[in-house]
Design a protein around this ligand. Sequence first.
Ligand SMILES: Cc1cc2nc3c(=O)[nH]c(=O)nc-3n(C[C@H](O)[C@H](O)[C@H](O)COP(=O)(O)OP(=O)(O)OC[C@H]3O[C@@H](n4cnc5c(N)ncnc54)[C@H](O)[C@@H]3O)c2cc1C
Length: 380
Amino acid sequence: MLGALRSAVRELCQRYPDQYWRELDVARAYPEAFVQELTDAGYMATLIPEEYGGAGLGVTEAAAILEEIHHCGANAAACHAQMYIMGTLLRHGSEAQKREYLPRIASGKIRLQAFGVSEPDSGSDTTQLKTTAVRESDRYIINGKKIWISRAEHSDLMLLVERTTPADEVAKRTDGLSTILVDLRQAVGHGLTIRPIRTMMNHATTELFFDNLEVPVANLVGEEGKGFRYLLDSLNAERVLIASECIGDARWFIERACRYANERVVFGKPIGRNQGIQFPIARAYANLEAARLMVSRAAELFDSGAACGAEANMAKLLAADASWEAANVAVQTYGGFGFAEEYDIERKFRETRLYQVAPVSTNLILSYLAEHVLELPRSY
Ligand SMILES: Cc1cc2nc3c(=O)[nH]c(=O)nc-3n(C[C@H](O)[C@H](O)[C@H](O)COP(=O)(O)OP(=O)(O)OC[C@H]3O[C@@H](n4cnc5c(N)ncnc54)[C@H](O)[C@@H]3O)c2cc1C
């Protein structure tokens, strides 16, 4: 089953060759055709239960899809969020919300691609976020700003995390945050302004400014004040899925590096005959395979409903390190051509660098492991 799924994804991706991604990268344009085809093929509805029109599969299958997309040199960052944001709606949304949104998301009529957590002033300390939603009869009035909110210009819905009870009125600093679905089509121009941020890679990320945006109370997902808990729930899926993209990137870099090392002749022999070229590629391969085992383990635990915080975090850490090592090795193997746009190595190198920082930075994963697994003192 997984093998057939992987082949089908690869077949689709072959219709979007290097040149497609290269041109979009130069223009910093959104891969609309690619995302539409993935949606039409049903891949973006992998985690939606069958009763709501989805495939009803698990994170294991979703991870395989994202890995293959990246293994083909493509980039799922344009659409991966729909897979992990979905978890909050599935687990904590009301039946009415699921009936209203899931079938239309599954069929591709609407997109749930934006996840609004990060803010300029709170950084990794999510409990300190400042955006507020104040209830006034049947509406929430939202004020504040968000940064790095990817795909907001290409999504119909955004899951927004904001404060509904002031920080000085809650018992625990993780209390008082809530998750609200914002209909971006209605919000833009009526209290929400989206400003794109140009980044080192093509990522469609933005800043958001909320100025008395009104959202119906019916859009609250789950209970008011419990948003931080819901956020943690979806983060494990996010870590595993992003880790699988890193695995795909690492495979792509290693395959390209091997191909080039066999073809490129210098001093009368292929550069791949030199152990100075072979060994870094072989080491990157070993690290990739080790990371891959951790990703499968984390996905398996997630799908069985078991606790997987440690494994999901380790999967993200090891896979992001493996893809970054493979990226570096590929640049070194390609020599000067590693820097030329037409070889695509430099583009993927820029793309995979992100995963040391986002969606969670390496230091924060190490802190999690130190504190929650190794029982070392909390550092922050
Ligand atoms: C291209 C891109 C897309 C993104 N997309 C989204 C999105 O769609 N939605 C969204 O909500 N967010 C998104 N983000 C935000 C991303 O999740 C954050 O950038 C990331 O979590 C790091 O937060 P920060 O940038 O505020 O860094 P900071 O928290 O300011 O940290 C800066 C550095 O300090 C380190 N640091 C901070 N505290 C500690 C500590 N206690 N111990 C050790 N080191 C520490 C960090 O590891 C990091 O290296 C995106 C970011 C980027 C760059």
